[in-house]
Design a protein around this ligand. Structure first.
Ligand code: F6R
Length: 601
């Protein structure tokens, strides 16, 4: 979704601002703009490359802010692109989030004669800051006064033509980081633009603002009370956000899966003593022992990972688990007794608005919250009571691949940990977890076969994904991946549901991707597949062990414990989606209409 960068210091801000916008492109956007002190503003609809190509070589200044906009209020036009200004042209502001009461603010300013130039909610805030600035020309005071009248979510960076060496940033519900340089500051809405420049950062928390100049910085509350904040170190490095010779981040990230599994289990498994160490959960052990009920939540792929988490915990630990999409959970009446209840929130970015709100809602009801998050220092990581990081490294491709796999690994670790809190170990699964990186390597080693299958089916209009038990959520995840990157209409069903309706769809042009490893429901799935085959349907089977008869295509994955098989069977589905999208020459890493991190509801 929208992205913010800013710079103030001794050097020319423009190169960082443009490169920063490029680094944020993966988040999804449809227009971009830049403001540089002493030079003014440039905005363009479309790609950052368009903005870059029209930026004159003398567009130079020691401070500036820039933005990529993912349209919410108003079309993706040049006019609606950020930065926005006020009536005098003194104030320049970029904003992520949504100003909920912008209509009322706009109406009252228009009644005072202010003329608006865009359809955005953001301009209402820029105009309001402008009004306050005309009353008291100190930028931070004007920003604080304006924000006290705002309802909604924001991460903002604001400049004034009259205080050219100053950027004021503030946050409520939309992330902002300050990168610390040598008498220079970088601002970004996620860590990726900062990585080539600094790994020393301050994470702004909700309700905080900062004033940055080339002489220093100060952090305060929105009422301008001083706040002391420590400097933290970013875990990621610059190499992790490069394509390293691959055509797309999606393929690079799928190929990283063996390493991602290793990183998720590193230092967490003690095979000799059949023990799982999860540092983040150590303090919560007593509470985890007393857990009677677990709710897991997430959105999209994270929700499908949550469904597998549910099966893992129920099978391994025997505690009742309920999984709910975060956008539904947050609006349901909460009937959960907080005593002995835990909410697990699964989110790669740690910024998904619905998941974050579900966490807040659970906390309001006194429920203990646990985050399964990839981005260190993200909102969900900070707001949950405890958590386990994925350590999957940055995921740039919009479609989640390696992070989804790491979510499954971490949820398996949490299930084993809960079992351990209840006094027993699950040695077999523990051992098998350590073998997964090699199993994943062997699947990736056979990727040419999947590429060939993809070439054969690239023209299909529809696809059906089916699976049972542990493979049921993987069927949904496989269908989502195919839809997202290749725009093929894909449906997913529990294999046992076929006779209850979806069988009517089957014809020779509507292939089924059947998840049918030799697990405890293999025979059942096989008979569901026979129903499809006998109606002329083509089958692409994802299986383990000896090749089943009569399938049109067979992709084999190594055998392992059935609770861990989703970690393997999802890999061929990711590759299939990738190769089909590639044969259709689609923008795989940034599919149309999608954003990497969904920070608005
Ligand atoms: C699908 C995908 C999305 C995300 C969802 C949640 O490939 O990436 O469905 O899984 O938007 O995002 P996070 O995990 O960041 O909360």
């Amino acid at each position: 979704m929208c992205g913010i960068v800013g710079y103030v210091g001794k050097r020319n801000a423009t190169p960082f601002l443009i490169e920063g916008l490029e680094a944020l492109e993966y988040r999804g956007y449809d227009s971009a703009g830049i403001y540089v002190a002493g030079k003014g503003v440039l905005k363009r609809a479309g790609k950052v490359s368009v903005l870059k190509s029209c930026t004159p070589s003398d567009f130079i200044g020691a401070a500036g802010i820039a933005h990529t906009r993912w349209a919410t209020h108003g079309a993706p036009t040049e006019n609606n692109a950020h930065p926005h200004t006020d009536a005098t042209g003194n104030i320049w502001l970029v904003h992520n989030g949504i100003i909920e009461n912008y209509r009322a603010i706009r109406a009252s300013l228009e009644a005072e004669g202010v003329v608006f130039r865009s359809e955005t909610d953001t301009e209402a805030l820029a105009q309001l800051v402008g009004k306050k600035y005309r009353e008291l020309p100190i930028l931070e005071a004007a920003v604080a006064a304006a924000l006290s009248e705002i309802r909604g979510a924001y991460g903002i960076a604001v400049m004034s033509t009259r205080e050219a060496d100053k950027i004021v940033v503030a946050r409520l519900g939309s992330p902002l980081l300050i990168g610390m340089g040598d008498r220079e500051y970088y601002v970004a809405s996620d860590a990726t633009p900062l990585l080539p420049h600094t790994r020393r950062v301050i994470y702004l928390d909700d309700g905080e603002m900062a004033v940055l100049t080339s002489h220093g910085h100060s952090i305060t509350s929105l009422t301008q009370a001083p706040i002391e904040k420590g400097i933290e170190t970013l875990e990621w490095n610059i190499e992790s956000v490069k394509k390293k010779g691959h055509d797309h981040f999606m393929l690079k990230e799928i190929l990283e899966i063996p390493e991602v599994i290793e990183n998720a289990i590193r230092g967490r498994l003690d095979l000799e003593n059949s023990h799982v160490h999860l540092g983040g959960l150590a303090d919560a052990e007593e509470r985890l022992r007393k857990t009677k009920r677990i709710i897991i939540t997430g959105c999209g792929s994270a929700y499908y990972a949550s469904l597998i988490g549910e099966l893992l915990i129920e099978e391994i630990v025997g505690i009742p688990v309920e999984t709910e999409i975060a956008s539904e959970l947050r609006y349901r009446r909460c009937t959960v007794d907080p005593e002995g209840a835990i909410l697990i929130a699964v989110s790669q970015s740690g910024e998904t608005a619905d998941t974050l709100e579900a966490v807040r809602e659970a906390k309001r009801h006194g429920i203990f919250t646990l985050g399964v998050v990839n981005v260190v220092g993200s909102s969900i990581a900070r707001e949950t009571d405890t958590g386990v990081y994925n350590h999957a490294g940055p995921e740039i491709g919009v479609a989640s691949t390696k992070a989804f796999v790491s979510q499954l690994v971490v949820l398996a670790l949490i299930a084993l940990y809960l079992k351990q809190c209840h006094g027993t170990a699950e040695t077999n699964i523990l051992q098998e977890l350590t073998r997964l990186p090699d199993y994943a390597r062997s699947i990736l080693g056979e990727r040419e076969q999947i590429e060939e299958i993809a070439a054969k089916y690239a023209g299909m209009q529809n696809a059906l994904f089916i699976g049972r038990k542990f493979q049921y959520p993987i069927a949904y995840e496989g269908a989502l991946k195919l839809k997202e990157v290749s725009y093929v209409h894909a449906e997913a069903y529990g294999a046992g549901e076929m006779k209850h309706g979806p069988l009517a769809l089957i014809d020779p042009e509507f292939p089924t991707i059947a998840l049918m490893p030799r697990d405890s429901v293999y025979e059942k799935t096989l008979s569901n597949i026979e129903e499809i085959r006998s109606r002329g349907g083509k089958i692409i089977a994802i299986t383990t062990g000896s090749t089943p008869q009569g399938m049109n295509e067979v992709i084999s994955v190594p055998e392992t414990h059935e609770a861990l098989l989703p970690i393997l069977t999802t890999i061929p589905l990711q590759l299939l989606a990738y190769y089909i999208a590639r044969s259709r020459a689609l923008p795989i890493d940034m599919p149309r209409n999608l954003a990497k991190s969904v920070t608005v509801e």
